[in-house]
Design a protein around this ligand. Structure first.
Ligand SMILES: NC(=O)c1ccc[n+]([C@@H]2O[C@H](COP(=O)([O-])OP(=O)(O)OC[C@H]3O[C@@H](n4cnc5c(N)ncnc54)[C@H](OP(=O)(O)O)[C@@H]3O)[C@@H](O)[C@H]2O)c1
Length: 217
């Protein structure tokens, strides 16, 4: 039996990192945040932007977290230390945007960026999610369970238990999780797809994922 998810670790304190951190604090999670800077350098930012979240070193954040969220620029993923992620449930919210990240050969292929990140973080139980939603919507569109206008978030990952626990996190912070299956299914909600940036409820998301899977098969 897996222990309940209580602690959320977030790597990155920019637009997405702080939005997710605020939602997680509001949902009652213990939230720890790290960037590439020393914790003291982001403590004030967190105090103002995410009251209730705690700054720490990346290694300590990862060790304490039941779920680790990667909210750093994709171009920096090689700065992560793979050994720290062994066995960890990791949510990859990162997208490849050549105009801002610059052209990166390894992300130009047919695979989703999360498949490349999973290969790098070999031991991590990686789940791709949140990538298709703008950072401001993570807060503005969050709704309680059962709300008729609740939006859906797709998720994909190779570890079923990790997908289940990440789905629980998504639900608790205000969205309907829709399980797309293995990590390769993350391609169906990548940047160039109709799902990217779309506002969809659960049933619409299920249908859109199916259509995208069929059209790209
Ligand atoms: N913006 C959106 O609406 C949106 C939506 C979905 C997904 N995404 C994806 O989410 C990711 C973050 O986007 P963003 O808009 O939040 O970017 P951002 O505002 O530029 O923030 C990036 C954060 O990552 C930190 N960082 C850089 N290197 C790091 C490292 N090695 N370890 C830990 N933290 C590190 C930066 O702080 P330091 O430089 O001080 O370390 C900064 O706090 C991107 O991959 C993006 O594609 C963005």
């Amino acid at each position: 039996m897996h222990k309940a998810v209580e602690t959320i670790g977030i790597l990155g304190a920019g637009r997405v990192g702080t939005a997710l951190a605020r939602r997680a604090v509001a949902a009652g999670y213990d939230v720890r945040v790290a960037t590439s800077k020393p914790p003291a350098d982001i403590a004030l930012l967190l105090e103002i932007m995410v009251p209730g979240a705690q700054a720490d070193e990346a290694a300590a954040v990862i060790a304490a977290a039941d779920i680790v969220i990667l909210a750093l620029p994709l171009s920096k993923y090689h700065e992560l230390q793979p050994d720290l992620f062994a066995g960890k449930i990791v949510v990859d919210v990162m997208n490849y945007w050549a105009p801002t990240d610059g052209a990166i050969a390894e992300f130009e292929g047919a695979r989703s960026s999360s498949e490349v990140v999973q290969d790098y973080l070999t031991g991590a139980r990686l789940v791709r999610s949140f990538n298709h939603m703008g950072y401001h919507e993570i807060e503005e569109a969050a709704r309680p369970s059962g709300h008729p206008g609740r939006r859906a978030l797709a998720l994909a990952g190779n570890d079923a238990e990790a997908r289940r626990l990440v789905a629980g996190f998504i639900d608790r912070i205000g969205f309907d999780p829709v399980d797309a299956g293995g990590l390769a299914a993350g391609r169906t909600f990548a940047t160039a797809t109709p799902i990217f940036g779309a506002s969809l409820g659960r049933a619409e998301m299920q249908q859109a994922l199916q259509e995208e899977a069929t059209s790209s098969a």
